[in-house]
Design a protein around this ligand. Structure first.
Ligand code: RNT
Ligand code: ZN
Length: 425
């Protein structure tokens, strides 16, 4: 069993921590209040290894590979929702849930992706509404026979392009229906796998086709209070090592040109390139960003998020620029080798911790030092504040939000594994 702390222990530690932060001019109460207002969008696909429930006799997964076969993965939308409920019960704050088109519930009827309708997502919307969750959405342009060639919206065959355009149009309408029903705009994010394993000769023609296809997808105006459109780039994928049609430059240009959101996935750049530094630049030119917070490890772009320097840098950028209303924070990772609920909880708690650390920064002091050119004190202070007792504030935040503090949540996941997950299959 992992240790639980008493309320008294947590409160005592917090009162000491609060005083330490106050000495630096930081109000821990304000930090926690602000933190409670920042939703994180949890991605449904960690719960079933990006499988979906369509039971198409499929196919290549568009180079998105979940590795591992940890037992107990969700086999139906009901199981996935139950697992997500368990995860949410261990995560402080009120958040969002992000699903893919391939999680449609068609009641056993075969409905192809270009014919999907809001009704096929009623189960998800009802579930989210009952819990006060917002929802986000994604067309699924992979794991489908029409994506077998590795090309979708950029395909040379107009019939294939048409199919995927129709799918994305349907998804924007579904996104709008979700947003309208839940009273908070759905971000509908378009990611496509299109690319080439080996060196292409014509890098431009597929990009021109993608631009035109996206124009067709976005032609129908949709109320931004219901649905926001986002486009996500990638540097390379498995099977698209030499060329990805939707590169960063492609989508940066497209997002600026069309006024849609730009998605920055932390695992979609060169291994030493951080998306943290892209936030301030892109926010000068695009209205809003969607983040896919992830963790790249060598060639994999989707390890479970941890409280790394990179994650902290991302959170600092959002908080220092006071950009929480322009940066939508979504998660995107999938690990099939560990308990999937623990993966969600670990990654989401890490994201929230990173935001809390950023909110506890003595921001005004640091800015003043920089403005005065006192780079000595800036560096020294940045180092010293790393050992302030942020953990005591985090534990107290968990206590106040009614979720386990510290490692105690692991016990609950183990119990759920015993009671529920181990009975699957
Ligand atoms: C793939 C993209 C994309 C997917 C999800 C499932 O490389 O990151 O966001 O992970 O849509
Ligand atoms: Zn992503």
């Amino acid at each position: 069993m992992f240790p639980t702390s008493t309320d008294k222990q947590i409160e005592t530690a917090y009162s000491h921590a609060k005083a330490r932060y106050a000495a630096y001019g930081v109000d821990a109460e304000t930090a926690m209040q602000r933190l409670a207002g920042i939703p994180i969008s949890l991605h449904c696909w960690q719960g079933d290894d990006v499988g979906g429930f369509e039971s198409l006799a499929a196919m290549d997964g568009g180079g998105i590979q979940a590795t591992g076969n940890y037992p107990g993965k969700a086999r139906s939308a009901d199981e996935l929702r139950a697992d997500a409920d368990k995860a949410f019960s261990l995560i402080p704050g009120r958040h969002r849930f992000n699903i893919h088109a391939m999680y449609a519930e068609t009641g056993g009827k075969k409905v192809d992706r270009d014919a999907l309708e809001p009704a096929h997502f009623a189960g998800w919307i009802d579930w989210a509404r009952a819990r006060g969750l917002g929802m986000d959405f994604n067309p699924t342009c992979f794991a489908h026979p029409m994506a077998d060639s590795g090309m979708t919206l950029a395909h040379a065959d107009p019939a294939v392009r048409r199919f995927w355009i129709d799918h994305c149009v349907a998804c924007r309408r579904i996104g709008a229906a979700m947003g309208r029903a839940l009273g908070t705009p759905t971000v509908t994010n378009i990611w496509i796998p299109d690319g080439m394993k080996d060196i292409p000769v014509d890098r431009m023609a597929p990009r021109a086709r993608l631009r035109d296809a996206l124009d067709a997808v976005l032609a129908e105006p949709i109320d931004p209070s219901h649905n926001l459109d986002a486009v996500e780039s990638k540097l390379f994928g498995i099977g698209s090592e030499s060329y990805v049609v939707g590169s960063h430059e492609f989508y940066l240009g497209y997002a600026v040109h069309k006024g849609v959101l730009l998605t920055l996935d932390a695992g979609h750049f060169h291994p030493t390139e951080s998306i943290a530094d892209k936030i301030s630049s892109t926010l000068l030119y695009v209205k809003e960003l969607l983040l896919h917070v992830s963790r790249g490890v060598r060639w994999d772009s989707d390890h479970v998020v941890i409280l790394s320097d990179e994650l902290r840098a991302i959170a600092e950028e959002i908080i220092r620029h006071n950009a929480t209303d322009r940066v939508h924070i979504g998660l995107d990772f999938f690990d099939a080798s560990i308990n999937r609920i623990a993966a969600w909880v670990t990654g989401t708690r890490a994201m929230i911790k990173a935001l809390l650390i950023a909110l506890l920064e003595p921001a005004e002091t640091l800015r003043a030092l920089e403005q005065d050119g006192d780079f000595t004190a800036r560096l020294a202070l940045l180092e010293e504040i790393k050992t302030l007792p942020f953990g005591a504030v985090w534990d107290y935040y968990c206590l106040k939000q009614g979720v386990p503090a510290g490692a105690a949540w692991i016990n609950e996941v183990k119990q759920y594994e015993k009671d529920v997950l181990s009975k699957r299959n």
